[in-house]
Write a protein that binds this ligand. Structure first.
Ligand SMILES: C[S@@+](CC[C@H](N)C(=O)[O-])C[C@H]1O[C@@H](n2cnc3c(N)ncnc32)[C@H](O)[C@@H]1O
Length: 272
């Protein structure tokens, strides 16, 4: 447990399961709206990169059916293992920043949500994802852009909201210190084209007030509490006050915009 993967929001923490459940509640509808629009369905072969929990893996497995296959990878697999109960799912440890593409490749969809922003070798990671996609297949990357909308409370109406925004600023400082690119989301269309993809497009979604944002905030702040204190960005009393405001439901909590970008690997001989 003492090994440090470099990833701030460590999956081995007790709060990780609650974080994955909240992320699913906030973002899965948008994720699957995009995946369905790409036409991923029965018989499809998908690679879910940095799966975290089970929800996206299960959603993909249900769509591709018994004839399809879903490979779910992560550097820490604890929360995704339940998905192996589905016969068309394989779960495997893989560092997308450092490891080669999975053997076999040829995926119809390679998808990562809130992963590359945390991976210092994100350029190589994107190349690995593209290399694993079949010609004509899709790469879809979803990442936050906290620099575009940095606030926890976009209506800072009083001291509780201002404190929430200070705690959020502390999280950003810690993430940046771990090599996260806090303006990564906006770069995705350009980076997908630079990686050789065509038919590239992108859009964004963010909740302004959503009940699952409170659960995500509680789990995240509890997870990084000691690191926030070490960094001296807030005091223990301020963290406790903030958690009490969240728990009481007094805050409209937002998330940074999630940029969803997608592009297709050119068909062989199609040029580009
Ligand atoms: C914020 S969570 C997002 C989880 C899930 N994709 C979602 O959207 O709910 C980031 C995930 O990326 C994983 N991760 C971080 N660095 C990674 C790397 N280099 N290779 C693969 N997965 C990584 C973490 O372990 C974690 O599960």
């Amino acid at each position: 447990m003492s090994e440090d993967s470099g990833y701030l929001l460590d999956n081995r923490a007790a709060q990780a399961g609650e974080r994955f459940a909240a992320l699913a509640e906030i973002f899965d509808a948008s994720t699957f709206r995009h995946i369905d629009a790409l036409g991923i369905g029965r018989g499809g072969r998908c690679w879910e990169v940095g799966a975290g929990g089970e929800s996206i893996v299960r959603g993909l497995a249900a769509r591709v059916g018994a004839e399809g296959r879903v490979l779910a990878t992560d550097i820490e697999l604890g929360w995704a293992r339940g998905a192996t109960a589905m016969p068309n799912v394989e779960v495997s440890r893989h560092d997308v920043g450092r490891d080669d593409p999975p053997a076999g490749g040829g995926f119809d969809l390679v998808h990562a949500r809130l992963v590359l922003v945390h991976v210092p070798e994100r350029e190589r990671a994107l190349g690995t994802m593209v290399a694993a996609t079949r010609p004509g297949g899709w790469v879809m990357v979803e990442d936050a852009d906290p620099a575009l909308q940095p606030l926890a409370c976009i209506d800072p109406a009083g001291p509780e909201q201002e404190l929430a925004n200070r705690v959020r600023a502390g999280l950003r400082t810690l993430l940046a210190g771990r090599g996260a690119d806090l303006a990564y989301g906006r770069k995705l269309p350009r980076l997908l084209r630079a990686a050789g993809l065509v038919d590239v497009a992108a859009d964004a979604y963010f909740p302004v007030a959503h009940p699952a944002c409170a659960r995500l905030e509680m789990a995240t702040v509890n997870l990084i509490r000691d690191r926030l204190l070490e960094a001296g960005v807030v005091t223990a009393a301020e963290i406790d006050r903030h958690l009490a405001s969240v728990a009481a439901g007094r805050l409209d909590l937002a998330q940074p915009p999630m940029i969803t970008a997608w592009g297709r690997r050119p068909l062989a001989g199609a040029g580009g």
